[in-house]
Design a protein around this ligand. Structure first.
Ligand code: AMP
Length: 198
């Protein structure tokens, strides 16, 4: 019987952003290559635009099984990627996020915009509520998330977020270091998830 592979859920921008670093060696391309090298699979939003397309193509080129999940309404705007191993076209954004989460062993957010923030904070809040125990990570390429991380420290100081909640987020600037830390966090999470309750 073949061993079940780790599936990484990646949230990232539907745009490339202003700096080449977001897509290449320090960003989405490196994450895609690194997860493939580790024998992991990828689940993501299914688009062929921006960093979403970059991470999917890099993972696939490296031999990872790549699954996309995209709402029908976004098939045109985000250009549903036709070169994936699986593309699920689903009725709503909620079904998309649920399906991505159910297939994931860990979550990572790369640089992105409002959609990326929403997806990251949702899985983080689900974790703090005990809906799952999967690692959640943030790739801080080129310090893109420094202002957000500073604000999160403020939220702890102002006592709206606990230290323990803040510590749930794994943060690194380098893709390799980030995936190493996710790998270390994985065994503790195995079998502890139940996202059907959300
Ligand atoms: P963005 O970071 O805004 O470029 O978007 C990245 C991904 O997040 C895209 O696939 C968007 O469709 C998705 N997205 C946008 N809005 C939301 C939302 N409210 N909930 C979940 N995903 C979203």
């Amino acid at each position: 019987m073949s061993e079940r592979k780790t599936t990484l859920c990646v949230f990232c921008g539907s745009r490339h952003g202003a700096q080449p670093a977001f897509a290449d060696a320090a960003g989405a391309g490196a994450v895609g290559r690194s997860l493939a090298r580790r024998g992991w699979n990828l689940v993501y939003g299914g688009g062929n635009v921006g960093l979403m397309g970059t991470v999917a193509d890099a993972a696939r080129a490296g031999g990872a099984w790549v699954t996309g999940v995209i709402p029908q309404s976004l098939m045109q705007r985000e250009v549903g990627h036709r070169g994936l191993d699986e593309l699920h076209v689903v009725p709503t954004m909620h079904v998309r996020k649920q399906m991505m989460a159910e297939r994931a062993d860990a979550f990572v957010a790369l640089p992105g915009g409002l959609g990326t923030f929403e997806e990251l904070f949702e899985v983080w809040t689900w974790r703090q509520l005990g809906y799952h125990q999967r690692p959640i990570a943030l790739l801080n390429t080129a310090g893109y998330y420094d202002p957000l991380l500073a604000f999160l420290q403020d939220t702890v100081r102002e006592q709206f977020v606990t230290e323990a909640q803040a510590r749930l987020l794994i943060v690194e600037r380098e893709p390799e270091a980030l995936l190493d830390r996710i790998a270390t966090a994985l065994p503790a999470a195995a079998g502890a998830s139940d996202l059907s309750r959300t």
